[in-house]
Design a protein around this ligand. Sequence first.
Ligand SMILES: [Zn+2]
Length: 269
Amino acid sequence: MTQKFKLDNLINGDQREPFRIDEHVTIEKGAGDMSDKNYEEGYLADAIRFKMRRDNKRFWAGDNVSDYVTEDIKHKLIDEATEAFELVLDRLLIDRDTDPNSKGTARRLAKMYFNEIMAGRYEPAPDATAFPNDSADRYEGMLVVRSELRSMCSHHHQPVSGVAYIGIIAAEKLIGLSKYTRIAQWCARRGTLQEELANDIAREIEKATGAKDLGVHIQATHGCCENRGIMSHSSLTQTTVLKGSFKEDPGAKKEFFDNIKLQQEFAPR
Ligand SMILES: [Zn+2]
């Protein structure tokens, strides 16, 4: 499946304009001058990667690229990824034609990557409406939320499964309790490294709440250690990011980890 794009729009268009699907045009065979330099045959994914490079937009496995991917574009990208996964299955010598279990696997994989295990790359940040926390009896204590995480390591595309404990000392804004987990999952549903994931969650929670005093502690198991390599079924990785008083005040730090222990008593990992 090949598509044709009007590259001058991609190259010279307004950089702040989101990429639109109508920027590419299909030329019927024999219609028009196919040697026209403005037109080039290719994949939509290649055109979008070109545009992101031009914009100096990083698109690593853990980066969000939702500014470049509308719903329509996502459907086209799923078609293109299906074609690519078909090729991978062919190269693995798996019979897609007669094996009934492998027939639709390429499309299932493509849809799973875009809509599930890497959905956090293609979806914009969850809407986290903030409520003012500025009345006379405002909450000034520590708040610790336990968020279940499913992620995928960007090295092996193996599942990462665990829990993030997110602690903040309430600032001027409060967000709904479920939003902490929505934000954490939005960060996690990408190709990640656990060390970076903790940083990403901390940064996004800071953005949403305005809190400067916060901590994120992640405990997770990694498919790449369990299913391959060292085949270790009991290995657990812990990462911690501390900011503001969580880092500087031993009392706040202890309170955060005491809260995590209480959480673990309530719901063992
Ligand atoms: Zn890995």
